[in-house]
Design a protein around this ligand. Sequence first.
Ligand code: GLP
Length: 241
Amino acid sequence: MKILEVKDYQQMSNKAAEYIIEKVIRFPSIKLGLATGGTPIGTYKKLIEDHQKNGTSYRRVTTFNLDEYIGLSEENKNSYRYYMNENLFNHIDIEKSRTFIPRGDVDDIQKESLYYEDLIAKHSGIDLQVLGIGSNGHIGFNEPGTLFESSTHIVNLAPSTIQANARFFNRVKEVPTKAITMGIATIMKSKEILLLISGEEKRETLFRLLNGDVNIGFPASVLKNHPFVTIIADEAAVKDI
Ligand code: GLP
């Protein structure tokens, strides 16, 4: 894992956006894996700014998002589809039909999991997967204890994840308790991974990632087994490591 240290959230966002833009320009048909949460919002903002200013085109880009809450429709403001439309897709020239996010509002989520996994495989996999990280080391919604062999599946969210994500909802009770997520094996099949970590509250998480061993109790530790991972972390997260 290569780690790039930057000053703050803004710098992390700039660097991550530059990284992605460079790939999109070199490989216009790139397949990007995208993440939600607070961390990548600044990166998406920079992508939009660059698209408006420099005209970087996403017309041939395909995207796969990591996860979605179960029970939220695409129109629900807290669904990850809504988040992606609002924070990125509506503001760039991407073909909406090439933006994929697992559906959390279908009757047969099991079937949706198989379908999504298959869909990624049919597109010959993800070239660059952008990741954030949960405080407990979750990637996508793969909570501690998830098997490294897992493909797209249904998860019960950890109480700490529900608590952490409650800030996006009116009340903690509104946060769904289940989600559909790419599995750890799905993520690991990506050719390249870009992990973004910002803020003091992620310091211990980054410390565990860099200094701990590889084990399922801390899902992100699996990234140490991936040949091409770049971490962009800001000073607050890196401090004293
Ligand atoms: C969520 C998402 C993850 C994200 C993580 C961290 O639960 N499913 O993909 O990386 O939490 O979120 P944040 O960036 O808001 O700290």
